[in-house]
Write a new protein. Structure first.
Length: 393
């Protein structure tokens, strides 16, 4: 086959090739500039930090009141602190939502701009690719010019591949941002629901006592031991949480499937009322909306095993082992119970374990995550938070 000779037309093609290469470089560089565009300082960062500080401050105030004498004024003040913490959580979720929506809009804009630039670049490169290597060689003055053309072509293809990868990364980032939005909205709903429960609790307490200290003391005199136990339990839980790295809240509120939830077992300050017997009992020998009541119900739901009289939270592990269940020591498994020893201690149900075994996901009642006592929560805690795990399922 005869090669084409260099003609004025081929010289024109060489010029067009140079222009196309230059255009491709400019367009590709433009795409890269958009991908690496610096992000301005986020206007929500300071507000989010301030709201997080507010939540910590209100929770610290609730803890301080927890350690003081049980009076109507203190109880109402503690409820108010918990309400304020929950309102801060609602506001924090809104700020996080607004921040994420802004980030999503920016990411979508970057994706669109990159895709437009890539479209133009790919189109130019496609037109240029119609020139075969033989034609390029024929239109080149010498082998050096030919090699330069090939190098330009390969360089642009490499940049295209890199930019496409960046666009794909942006799309992954966009998906993660949208998932984060759903999580924030769920957290906000949980906080709003808990706030409504807390407001109702405060209103009921005021109505029952007519805001009178003597009436309050008369109302709680038969529950003083339960109140002291509840205070001790919450203080121990908070101390253990602080010592083991805190927790991550996955879900919370009032679990509808649990039969003694907020709708039929209201909490009056520190103790349960209503319930199966009208006096805060769950019908199985435990106080409804307490940790042992929830775990007893969970075991029955998961295994069909019904048990009573396994003691308080700290005693549950020993009672389960005595009943023939396997003591796992400090090596949790899904379908086991997690026990924090002590009086009253705490017990929860293990939903999952991290791959490295360092953390457990548990479901439980009556861990005060900021919404007060007697509430459902699912959270991630350090495995070391609990002293013992017993295999049930």
């Amino acid at each position: 086959m005869n090669l084409r000779t260099t003609t004025p037309a081929s010289k024109s093609r060489t010029i067009k090739w140079g222009i196309a290469i230059f255009a491709i470089i400019v367009i590709a560089a433009t795409a890269i500039i958009w991908v690496n565009r610096p992000v301005s300082a986020d206007q929500y960062d300071d507000r989010i930090r301030a709201l997080q500080a507010d939540m910590s401050r209100y929770q610290a105030e609730s803890d301080r009141l927890n350690a003081e004498a049980t009076t109507l004024a203190n109880t109402l003040a503690q409820i108010t602190s918990e309400k304020n913490a929950l309102q801060s959580q609602v506001d924090l979720s809104q700020a996080q939502y607004d921040q994420l929506i802004g980030q999503i809009a920016d990411t979508e804009k970057q994706i669109a701009e990159n895709q437009d630039a890539l479209g133009s670049t790919i189109a130019s490169l496609y037109v240029d690719d119609n020139i075969s290597p033989i034609e390029m060689l024929a239109s080149s003055k010498d082998i050096g010019e030919f090699l330069n053309k090939q190098e330009y072509r390969n360089s642009i293809k490499k940049e295209l591949s890199s930019t496409i990868t960046r666009v794909q990364d942006l799309k992954v980032q966009l998906g993660e941002q949208k998932v984060a939005v759903e999580k924030v909205l769920n957290e906000q709903k949980t906080a709003r629901d808990a706030l409504q429960v807390k407001e109702s609790q405060q209103a009921n307490l005021v109505a029952q006592t007519r805001n009178d200290e003597a009436a309050y003391q008369g109302m709680i005199k038969d529950s003083s031991a339960q109140i002291a136990e509840a205070k001790a339990a919450q203080a121990a839980l908070r101390a253990r949480s602080n010592a083991t790295g805190g927790y991550t809240l996955v879900d919370a509120g009032s679990l509808a499937a649990y039969p003694w939830n907020a709708s039929n077992c209201p909490m009056l300050s520190w103790y349960s009322t209503g319930g199966a017997n009208g006096n805060g009992g769950d019908g199985r020998g435990y106080g409804c909306r307490q940790c042992v009541s929830y775990v007893a119900w969970k075991i029955a739901r998961e295994t069909g095993i019904y048990y009573t009289n396994w003691g308080n939270g700290g005693q549950t592990g020993a009672a389960a082992v005595a009943a023939g269940y396997k003591n796992l020591g400090r090596s949790p498994q899904p379908g086991s119970i997690a026990v924090m020893w002590g009086n009253p201690g705490h017990v929860a149900w293990v939903e999952g374990v991290s791959p490295d075994g360092s953390h457990v996901t548990v479901s439980q009642y009556n861990y005060n995550y900021g919404a007060g006592y007697g509430m459902y929560s699912e959270m991630v805690l350090a495995t070391s938070f609990f002293d013992q795990y017993v295999k049930i399922k």
